[in-house]
Design a protein around this ligand. Structure first.
Ligand SMILES: [Zn+2]
Length: 464
């Protein structure tokens, strides 16, 4: 093509750029708050620790991103450098209520995500925490105060993000990092993994990132129970590396379906830093290549899907079981008896939180509660090849592992062995995978874009 023909094309491209800006009426805001405990609280994630935290390697953060699609629909994402296992439904619902009251952002449009760092504090004295950790009265009092503090800090961060909205464009791309390894090798060598790294860039009018949201499906367990310093493990180091590379941007990690996945190798702070920098590099590669523009409108659905447990024991059976088994079995028996006293029954199911957030036709976020195993992300991406899908787990609350039908049948830790650490009497019943997938399918239908108002195909990639 000769020069004189190129010139008008550049003009057309510039005009299209202006028009593109006009059809992208997003507004976005970010805020962050330090949630590192001021007191030495027991660290969550490993039952094997023998004492409370001793200082920190770097701060733990709650970070909030609020996006407004220009049609009155607002979405809030909060990422947290916390394990999440003992956060609890009561705390996540209380935060959702306060956010709705103060910002008007509905429950369906708010997602909390836990990085699942195993070097964050126990954040609530749940029944699971009572089984897992030997918490004395002083620790229980410190944790109760921390729960209150972290709740108000999270609500404040969302409120602050919602009051600092500015015009933004949104871009999506997917990278790859390979340090995630399936950890159920004792049952199945070479189990499945998901090495994808979804990346969302929120850029201001000058094209500069104000937020970079990225995901990975892998436990934040590079550091073992011998670490006693608060830190974010590899997601914490990845966020630090990205914020150094992108001054002014808030880096936010979203945990994926890594319930049965661990980093490899693991065991030292240096390895946590190395995995973090590997992940940051994968994100950086996406940001410097062509990305897909993400267009409105925003649509969201939320529901709680009942996952039935196996039949619970009777009170008499529990009384007969007292003092039996190891220390965790014994504590579980006491916790279940206490629950009988408190409420008169044991739960027969857990209402798992499930979100579907549609960003027009360009991106769909499926955000699931619990420690969801990798099979769900792989299955959903296979079942919906036409959707650009981001599957997150560890959302809202981390109530148990969520096994696939395969993992439930195989058993082991994620298949049911870990239930006692969450304060549950036994595993989920078969049929769990179909229950969850059917709910997601219905929610995808409910939020399907209206063809009259929105393009029906995802936009192609180009440089932001
Ligand atoms: Zn876990």
């Amino acid at each position: 093509m000769t020069g004189w023909r190129v010139f008008p094309l550049i003009l057309v491209a510039c005009w299209a750029g202006v028009a593109w800006g006009q059809v992208l009426p997003w507004r976005g805001g970010v805020a962050r708050v330090d949630i590192t405990p001021e007191q030495p609280i027991w660290l969550a994630g490993y039952a094997a620790r023998s004492r409370q935290a001793e200082g920190s390697l770097h701060p733990l953060w709650a970070k909030a991103l609020v996006l407004d699609d220009g049609h009155g629909n607002r979405f809030a994402l909060v990422t947290l450098d916390l394990v999440g296992d003992n956060f609890g439904r009561q705390l996540s619902e209380s935060i959702a209520d306060a956010v709705a009251r103060r910002t008007g952002i509905a429950r369906s449009h708010l997602v909390l995500n836990f990085s699942h760092t195993h070097c964050g504090p126990v954040s609530r004295v749940t029944d699971g925490a009572k089984v897992t950790y030997p918490l004395d009265e002083r620790q229980r009092a410190l944790i109760a105060q921390y729960s209150k503090d972290v709740e108000s800090k999270i609500v404040h961060a969302v409120q602050q993000a919602a009051t600092t909205l500015q015009p933004v464009s949104i871009w999506f791309g997917t990278g790859r990092a390979t340090f995630a390894a399936n950890r159920r090798t004792y049952i199945r060598p070479n189990g499945p993994v998901d090495h994808s790294v979804p990346v969302l860039k929120v850029a201001n009018e000058q094209g500069k990132a104000i937020a970079v949201v990225f995901g990975y499906a892998c436990h934040a367990t590079t550091l073992g129970p011998d670490c006693y310093q608060y830190n974010g493990d590899y997601p914490g180091f990845a966020q630090i590396a990205l914020e150094q590379q992108l001054p002014g941007a808030t880096a936010m990690f979203v945990a994926g379906c890594g319930g049965d996945i661990n980093p490899a190798p693991r065991g030292t702070v240096e390895l946590a830093r190395q995995h973090g920098e590997t992940l940051a590099q994968a994100v950086h590669d996406v940001l410097t290549g062509p990305m897909h523009p993400v267009r409105p409108p925003l649509r969201a659905a939320f529901r709680r899907v009942a996952l039935p447990f196996v039949d619970p024991p009777t009170r008499e059976e529990l009384l007969a079981r007292r003092g039996q088994g190891d220390r965790y079995d014994q504590r579980l028996t006491e916790v279940l008896l206490e629950r009988f006293r408190r409420q008169g029954f044991l739960e027969r199911s857990y209402p798992m939180p499930v979100h579907v957030i549609r960003f027009g036709t360009d991106l769909t976020l499926v955000a699931l509660g619990g420690e969801v195993v990798v099979d769900y992300a792989l299955r959903l991406k296979k079942d919906y090849p036409d959707l650009r899908l981001w599957v997150a787990a560890y959302c809202d609350e981390v109530f148990a592992y969520v096994p696939s039908e395969r993992v439930l049948a195989e058993g082991g830790y994620e298949g049911g062995g870990a239930m006692r650490y969450f304060g549950w009497h036994g595993p989920f019943q078969p049929g769990i995978e179909q229950r969850i997938l059917s709910a997601i399918d219905q929610m995808l239908k409910e939020t399907a874009p209206d063809n009259r108002r929105a393009a029906t195909r995802p936009a192609p990639a180009h440089s932001p």
